[in-house]
Design a protein around this ligand. Structure first.
Ligand SMILES: [Zn+2]
Length: 462
């Protein structure tokens, strides 16, 4: 297994980490179609999940040879993978490698209480490292740099160990503190070690800049950090957030993006900061679709759509035409850096995901947990008393007490729910118990699990 890419220091002045990033479009397409055919042959032989999917759609694996042919293949959606994982743990019916060949597993935060697990063979792991290393290189990280790790390292998320491995693979040195280590330890490491780069979520890095002087006695802008590699949530591309980050750290803010179902990161901004390039077309075949119709949209500047991914070369946990729920705008198709992959900005997700101190939290997952506690009435609301989807504070949650339960036990109940949420979803909640049946019941209208109306929120905290 490769810890560091051989001869990686020779790449220090290269235009890109891999030549495919700057290859002509026709060459990329030919390579993708060849690798697509190989992948389909593998799935035909090894994946009961896709054998069933193709049979149900009356499709033959051999007939899918071009990018246009691929459009006949039905989408794989998150629920398919959840069902598959539930039916055959740990890696699901779509797990296509021998168990003995799996060298590593990772988890996504999932949209319900239980995470989605993916497996990696040794070759899969190397491809994850390669893709993510290309992103960090595009962001301006170079072999020999110190990179302060400010994504969460625990919980099995790809921002943790896989980012560590990728930093190591590209010849840089990970400073393994992690968001879990706390703002003070991260900032003390930054102050003492002067890392060239920091990886983390944009809102968390912004918060770190704000509290740096108070915690370390030194302003973040005086530490000498050059690159802020941000991902895990939209924000790094939002002008106000980017400006605050760059000013706060006196460093350049560059986005990177991916997703656990396929890898860590495979979209990344270059020094021109005009959107994230696709840097790994040899491992990820990305399509853009109209989310309403499912029709493929060409990669043209100014268009928007949802990203769909097909893994190429993947052995364990491969997916075909996976709908991500990530909504992006194409910001360009040509760049002075020479990279030929289209550039994107992600502006939102299909789901109502919230990010609480770097941890993805879906209101529906909280509801699932509350609903399973008989001492409650099974009804809850998340209090979004912040703009956007991200907060660095504890998440406020309102929970209806059980109908026969006295209010005198509210405190015990709120503690019980907080503990359960922390253990199951890995975030800290501030639970406030309210009387049974205060919230509207589900009806024709979809229940909004997230409260944003200030007046409505205030009545529960009077
Ligand atoms: Zn570029």
């Amino acid at each position: 297994m490769t810890v560091r890419k051989p001869d990686v220091y020779t790449l220090s002045n290269a235009k890109s980490f891999d030549p495919i990033e700057i290859a002509p479009e026709s060459e990329v397409r030919a390579m993708q179609e060849r690798r697509l055919q190989e992948q389909l042959a593998y799935l035909k032989a090894r994946s009961p999940f896709y054998q069933q999917k193709f049979a149900a759609a009356k499709l033959s694996f051999e007939k899918i040879r071009t990018l246009e042919d691929l459009q006949q293949v039905p989408f794989t959606i998150k629920q398919d993978l959840r069902d598959s994982l539930k039916a055959a743990p740990p890696f699901g019916l779509h797990g296509a490698a021998e168990h003995r060949d799996i060298v590593q597993m990772q988890a996504s935060s999932g949209t319900t209480g239980s995470p989605a697990y993916v497996g990696l063979t040794a070759a899969d792991l190397e491809s994850w490292q390669e893709c993510t290393a290309r992103c960090l290189f595009a962001n301006g990280i170079r072999p020999g740099d110190l990179v302060l790790h400010a994504f969460s390292i625990s919980k099995g998320f790809v921002g943790g160990i896989p980012v560590f491995q990728s930093v190591q693979y590209m010849g840089a040195i990970d400073v393994p503190i992690g968001a879990d280590g706390g703002a003070d330890r991260l900032l003390i490491a930054a102050r003492d070690l002067h890392p060239q780069g920091i990886v983390g979520t944009p809102n968390f890095l912004r918060y770190l800049a704000e509290v740096c002087q108070e915690m370390t006695g030194v302003k973040a802008q005086d530490i000498g950090v050059r690159k802020l590699c941000v991902g895990g949530e939209p924000g790094g591309g939002i002008p106000a957030i980017r400006a605050a980050l760059q000013e706060g750290w006196n460093a350049r803010c560059l986005e990177l993006m991916g997703g656990t179902d396929i890898g860590v990161a495979y979209w990344a901004e270059c020094e021109h900061q005009a959107g994230m390039h696709m840097v790994s077309p040899d491992y990820v075949l990305a399509e853009l679709i109209d989310p309403a119709t499912g029709q493929v949209i060409p990669w043209q500047a100014g268009t928007t759509g949802e990203l769909v991914y097909t893994a190429l070369g993947r052995r364990a946990s491969p997916v075909l035409r996976f709908r991500t729920g990530d909504h992006v705008e194409i910001t360009g198709t040509k760049c002075a850096c020479g990279r030929t992959g289209p550039m994107i900005r992600c502006f939102g997700r299909t789901d109502d995901m919230l990010i609480v101190r770097g941890v993805n939290v879906f209101p529906s997952a909280i509801q699932d947990i509350v609903a399973a506690m008989p001492e409650t009435n099974g009804v809850m609301r998340v209090v979004a008393d912040f703009d956007g989807h991200t907060t660095q504070r504890n998440l406020k949650v309102l929970v209806e007490r059980g109908r026969k339960r006295p209010a005198s036990q509210d405190e015990a109940l709120s503690k019980a729910v907080e503990t359960k949420l922390r253990n199951s979803l890995a975030f800290k909640a501030e639970v406030h118990v309210v009387p049974a049946d205060v919230f509207a019941k589900p009806g024709v209208q979809k229940v909004q699990l997230t409260l944003r109306n200030k007046a409505e929120i205030a009545q529960f905290y009077a």
